[in-house]
Design a protein around this ligand. Structure first.
Ligand SMILES: *Cc1c(COP(=O)(O)O)cnc(C)c1O
Length: 390
């Protein structure tokens, strides 16, 4: 099966060279030399003032809320990965949902402002699929009401807004370096802020509150990134420009061939996308299910990101439905996009999507799509040499 993402492992020899260093100095976690190197290189690459590496993107969010002293409720997006909401709930902050913009699929500042309650302390927004939020609009709402702004930037590594990394916006932006993300450290993440004092508090918080050998200041947790993860990050960072370029070629090919036939996310004005995902908007849910079945039949496994809409999570207080997010969540499929996705596979996928759109996915028509050029070594059909399931 061709899956929606494929972890990028980078050059094995380069990775081995870093692992040799770890063996040579016997330092495998707790702010080691590779950790320091990665932090410095990421700070330069992103052009941010402070970046603190952590062991995953979920703890990055939890620590961000704590470090900012959030309480009461936070206005957040129903259209994101579940961690954006679950971390709020986990930290005892009540998520209040505002609906998204129908074209950019990000939180709409006007809806955010209308949803503010007396105990609201923050806006928690996701740059969904790497498309920048209306960062100016959200900051203006925050300024008017004295709110903090946290961005879940898990999809936005490499995305630029007005020529600079979009991760610079907000009081804090968090990122995930999970294996499925564009840039990864196997498991990992980071907390980014322009505020030095806040950065120091975060550094203590992710290391049990420890200041030095004899001093503990405030409650902390363990969210440190280890040296093997840092080594993976350093390897991938060496190839980052190439990864972004290859993703852009694939993403732009999808855009060219799918524009008009499907509902695609509108890039925010002033943004340069990272092509971390390629979401395709189908007509409705039945059409999505048919399309998914047709893609599976030719050996391609798309994913439903993000379903369900988060206001429907059963551990939350009953919430008002957010119609734009709710409808969108029923009709979005993310299709495979990773640097070494063969173009023939991509074209097979596009042809199948177009056939499904026209409700022409008989086994005969699907079979006819698969040319020898599309049967690449990467095809892997368990127990079956034919790509079409019969
Ligand atoms: C992946 C992801 C996370 C969680 O990151 P982990 O590193 O897997 O804990 C949070 N938010 C969004 C939007 C994500 O896509």
């Amino acid at each position: 099966m061709i899956n929606v993402t494929k972890p990028y492992l980078g050059d094995k020899e380069r990775f081995k060279a870093y692992i040799d260093k770890i063996y040579a100095n016997n330092w495998i976690t707790n702010q080691g030399p590779l950790h320091a190197q990665l932090e410095e290189r990421l700070r330069d690459y992103l052009g941010v003032r402070n970046i603190i590496l952590v062991n995953n993107g979920t703890l990055a969010l939890q620590v961000a809320y704590r470090a900012l002293g959030l309480s009461g409720s936070a206005i957040t997006t129903p259209f994101s990965f579940v961690a954006t909401t679950s971390t709020l709930h986990w930290e005892g902050i009540r998520p209040v949902f505002a609906d998204i913009h129908p074209e950019t699929w990000n939180l709409d500042p006007a809806n955010v402002e209308a949803a503010i309650e007396p105990d609201t302390s923050a806006i928690v927004a996701t740059h969904v699929f790497g498309n920048p939020c209306d960062v100016r609009g959200l900051q203006q709402v925050a300024n008017r009401h004295g709110l903090k702004v946290v961005y879940d930037g898990a999809h936005a590594f490499g995305t630029r807004f007005e020529g600079r990394s979009v991760l610079q916006w907000g009081d804090i932006t968090t990122v995930s370096f999970h294996a499925t993300k564009l840039f990864h450290t196997i498991e990992g993440g980071a907390i980014i802020t322009e505020d030095d004092e806040l950065a120091e508090r975060v550094r203590r918080m992710i290391n049990f509150g420890i200041v030095d050998a004899e001093r503990i200041e405030g409650v902390g947790i363990n969210a440190k990134l280890n040296e093997v993860s840092a080594a993976m990050g350093l390897c991938i960072l060496d190839e980052l420009e190439d990864i972004l370029a290859r993703r852009a070629v694939i993403g732009q090919h999808y855009e060219r061939r799918l524009q008009g036939a499907f509902d695609l996310q509108r890039p925010t004005y002033g943004s340069q996308l990272n092509y971390s995902y390629f979401p395709v908007g189908l007509r409705d849910e039945p059409s999505l299910l048919d399309t998914k079945k047709a893609l599976n039949a030719v050996g391609i496994n798309p994913r439903r990101y993000f379903y369900p809409s988060l206001e429907t999570l059963d551990y939350l207080q009953p919430q008002a439905i957010k119609p734009v997010s709710r409808k969108l969540s029923h009709r979005i499929l993310c299709v495979p996009l990773y640097p070494d996705l063969p173009q023939a596979t991509q074209d097979l996928l596009i042809d199948t999507l177009l056939l499904a759109q026209q409700k022409k996915t008989s086994m005969e028509s699907l079979r006819a799509l698969i040319t020898p050029a599309q049967l690449l070594p990467s095809w892997d059909f368990p127990g079956d040499s034919s790509p079409v399931l019969t």
